[in-house]
Ligand binder design. Structure first.
Ligand code: ADP
Ligand code: MG
Length: 694
């Protein structure tokens, strides 16, 4: 055990840990980890089994395994770009190790005769098997290296913070796990036969080798998280009823003017939702409404109707998108639609220099700008409004209940809070929506605009890539545009981007007459926008992208979508991606490329994609396929920011959770804050940094 614990060591900032300085602390903040205790609740996404060494002859495609052997030979080859190939032999067979970039020192250290232990994913490479960029460990001939005896967790991480460092810090925090206060009421623990909190956390962070997914399911933590969520939602709803908003009488001259100029009429569903919003805006308490509408259902127009209502009443509007790409796209739409009405749209970007931004910020403060569009940059201290009346959050899945509250606070002016409209594409059954977003009212746009041609979806074995490339060539000849999405699910963004680069280079070589563009998460905002703009203008015909294009991008002329490694993606994510095509009047198609052989669930997922394009149906099948077998990783469920619980999968717990929530409020009111702090105040990535800094 470690040094004697100070009281409340777990509540200390992470810098209290050995070896954590400001630089590391800053990275941890990006993961929502501020205090030592937060490390304990930073839970693995999945596990790697490094507890045994596999004979090369026994390897199967898709396995993530440890192998050991001697390098037989090494060569440098040229396949569009320079690569290093090492042939690793363990007596049973040979495995290729492929490196896309390498220094001459690395090349030397990977020479013939060197003994290596490698960990990586097995892939097909022609007739042979390979690992790309495995983790390598050099071995000495007569000095056997010990092997792990617990499964190795893989954590959500951030640029510049290695899994190994995270694991080390979490191990340090685990030495204090017994000191965690128990926040569940006694009676709940007894009734559900929950194990002690410390045991469950230890098991998740260091599962013994041979652990099964079923055996590891952390029921107690799932319950706690749902409870915290429930308490947060109740609190938010309660607080909101106590505050005031400006009432905005119905004034629709701008809206009527816009309708006259639009080439289409709103759908019945859009009209209905707009009417619901119009009613909300006339109340004296803030609107707090969630609008759910499948991809392409026309949520932007609904948002614009709400904005025009507020602007016609003399108020300003802030519209927030999750990425620069989407913010830029909204900006362009708004300018196109609203400029003729004399309405001034202001674009606030995280990439603008203070000088570029100053003028825009001034306009907002003076009330010259009517509507501001941007990412969370919109809510930095420097951006102030003269009279903010409405906040619109598009594609809300990255914002939890606490972020919604924080935003509202920022928009507060005097005694008045702004109205808030949240838009999401994730279909979620109504009853669940009540729990998930208990603090919000709920509307659905359940109709797509007319004139869409259905999307045909096919699933193709990766080996038929050539046919796909042929199809792309044909589509481009006909003046159509194509997406190619690289969806390697790697822990590191760097590897993802690299894979996209390789694919783009390959397609460029194979399709010399096609203008190929590449967009991924590591490009700067302005570079990304530039490429997207070129794609929208048709200057780029084939866009190779990582999943950055998942939400919201709208290019009606794009009618072919190719998704690589589709077998590894969740259904809802596949559905979102596919929603990028089928937006114009040409028949669209979606090609799901998969790696043979397909697992049972993967096959069902691809089948579902082939047979339906209905978001609600997809959500149902998704739930069924996830089933109760899944332990962790609810990230793909989308909207609600839960870490281990899943509202869909764990819905049978909800009645008990609601009862527990009542008990905590009645008998342990002081635990409400501790629970919500433990589970809810951990926004991710950029958002976290921004929120903590501003
Ligand atoms: P999403 O709900 O996915 O955000 P968008 O708002 O981006 O969808 O709309 C998708 C496309 O449909 C846009 O090109 C938009 O201009 C168009 N659109 C929206 N409403 C209608 C309508 N009522 N009739 C025809 N096209 C519409
Ligand atoms: Mg949208």
């Amino acid at each position: 055990m470690s040094e004697p614990a100070e009281p409340d060591f777990l509540q200390q900032p992470v810098t209290a840990l050995r070896g954590v300085g400001d630089a590391v602390a800053e990275k941890l903040v990006r993961l929502g980890i501020l205090r030592v205790a937060d490390l304990l609740f930073h839970l693995p996404l999945r596990y790697q089994d490094r507890t045994r060494i596999y004979p090369i002859a026994s390897l199967k495609v898709g396995q993530e395994v440890l192998v050991e052997g001697e390098i037989e030979s090494t060569e440098v080859v040229q396949r569009g770009r320079t690569m290093l190939l090492c042939y690793l032999n363990d007596g049973s067979g040979t495995l290729i190790l492929r490196f896309f970039h390498f220094t001459s020192a690395q090349k030397y250290s990977l020479r013939k005769g060197v003994l290596l232990r490698c960990f990586g994913e097995v892939r097909q490479s022609g007739m042979k098997l390979e690992m790309a960029h495995p983790e390598c460990h050099y071995l000495k001939a007569d000095d056997p290296e010990p092997i792990a005896n617990t499964l190795t967790p893989t954590y959500p991480t951030t640029e510049g913070l290695q899994q190994r460092s995270l694991r080390r810090l979490i191990d340090l925090a685990l030495e204090h796990v017994e000191e965690l206060p128990d926040l569940l009421p006694e009676s709940v623990v007894r009734q559900h036969h929950f194990p002690p909190l410390a045991n469950e956390l230890r098991k998740l962070h260091t599962p013994p080798s041979g652990s099964t997914v079923e055996g590891m399911r952390p029921y107690r933590l799932i319950f706690e998280e749902l409870l915290a969520h429930q308490l947060g939602v109740q609190q938010a709803r309660h607080e909101l009823k106590q505050v005031q908003a400006h009432t905005m009488p119905e004034t629709n001259h701008y809206w009527r003017q816009l309708l006259r100029a639009l080439p289409f009429a709103p759908t019945g569903a859009q009209d209905r939702v707009i009417a619901e919003i119009t009613t909300d805006l006339q109340q004296t308490v803030p609107m707090n409404r969630l609008v759910q509408g499948d991809v392409g259902s026309g949520k932007t127009l609904v948002a614009v109707a709400a904005a025009l209502h507020a602007i016609a009443n003399g108020f300003q509007v802030a519209m927030m998108a999750p990425t620069e790409l989407l913010a830029e796209q909204h900006y362009q739409n708004l300018v196109r639609w609203l400029e003729p009405l004399g309405i001034e749209t202001v674009y606030i970007s995280g990439n603008q220099t203070p000088r570029q931004r100053r003028r825009k910020v001034e306009n907002l403060l003076l009330g010259i700008g009517h509507i501001a569009v941007g990412t969370h940059a919109l809510f930095q201290r420097t951006v102030e409004f003269l009279q903010l009346g409405l906040i619109i959050i598009d594609e809300q899945h990255r914002f939890g209940v606490h972020q919604r509250m924080a935003l509202r606070e920022k928009g507060k002016q005097g005694e008045h809070y702004p109205h808030q409209l949240v838009m999401t594409a994730t279909p979620i059954p109504r009853t669940l929506a009540m729990t998930a977003y208990g603090d919000l009212d709920y509307s659905v746009i359940d109709e797509l605009p007319p004139g869409r041609t259905p999307i045909t979806t096919v699933a193709l074995n990766n080996e038929r890539r050539d046919e796909v490339i042929e199809r792309i060539s044909a589509a481009c000849r006909e003046g159509r545009q194509v997406y190619w999405v690289c969806t390697l699910i790697e822990e590191s963004e760097a590897l993802q981007c690299e894979a996209a680069e390789v694919t783009a280079a390959m397609l460029h070589e194979r399709l010399p007459h096609v203008a190929v563009g590449l967009v991924h998460g590591r490009l700067h905002g302005s570079e990304k926008e530039n490429i997207m703009r070129q794609f929208k203008l048709g200057e780029i015909q084939l866009l190779v992208a990582t999943t950055v294009i998942e939400v919201g991008v709208d290019v009606p002329n794009a009618s072919l979508m190719v998704i690589e490694n589709a077998e590894r993606m969740g259904l809802s994510q596949l559905h979102q991606l596919r929603g990028r095509v089928g937006r114009g009047s040409v028949a669209s198609s979606c090609v799901l490329l998969y790696q043979h052989p397909l697992g049972k669930t993967a096959r069902k997922r691809l089948d579902a994609m082939r047979t339906t394009t209905d978001g609600f149906m997809i959500a149902d099948i998704d739930l069924e396929l996830r089933g109760p077998g899944e332990v962790l990783g609810t990230r793909q469920t989308g909207d609600v920011r839960l870490r281990i619980a899943s509202l869909l999968r764990d819905q049978h717990l909800l009645p008990a959770v609601q009862m527990a929530a009542r008990e905590v409020v009645a008998h342990y009111p002081e635990r409400v804050e501790a629970l919500t702090q433990r589970w809810l105040q951990q926004p991710d990535g950029e958002t976290a940094t921004q929120f903590f800094q501003s």
